[in-house]
Design a protein around this ligand. Structure first.
Ligand SMILES: [Zn+2]
Length: 100
């Protein structure tokens, strides 16, 4: 992601959502971000917020959306296994805050 310099100066916070299946550890992301600050001091006032997203599956059978717990990929309504993951694999920047 790139910002032009002017916008960067008023950048306040970045909100990132990381799915638990994305293989990205929030701790590692924070570490990488800290290292990045050291070489790019102009970013140092920018806060990084990481939100962890759980797994959701949508049943192919009944269309019900289930929050997956303990990696049990079963529809909670009809108990049919589903691999139709609709949340949990992504890593996305969902909000960027700028100073006024
Ligand atoms: Zn179902």
């Amino acid at each position: 992601m790139e910002f032009d310099k002017e916008k960067l100066d008023c950048l306040n916070a970045i909100h990132v959502r990381v799915g638990v299946l994305s293989n990205i550890e929030p701790r590692l992301l924070h570490n990488a971000y800290s290292a990045f600050h050291l070489s790019n001091p102009s970013y140092s006032c920018v806060d990084l917020h990481i939100e962890s997203l759980g797994i959701k599956i949508e049943c192919e059978h009944c269309g019900h959306i289930t929050d997956v717990e303990n990696y049990r990929f079963l529809c909670e309504k009809c108990n049919i296994p589903s691999k139709n993951i609709i949340q949990g694999e992504e890593m996305l920047i969902h909000k960027v805050e700028f100073k006024d």
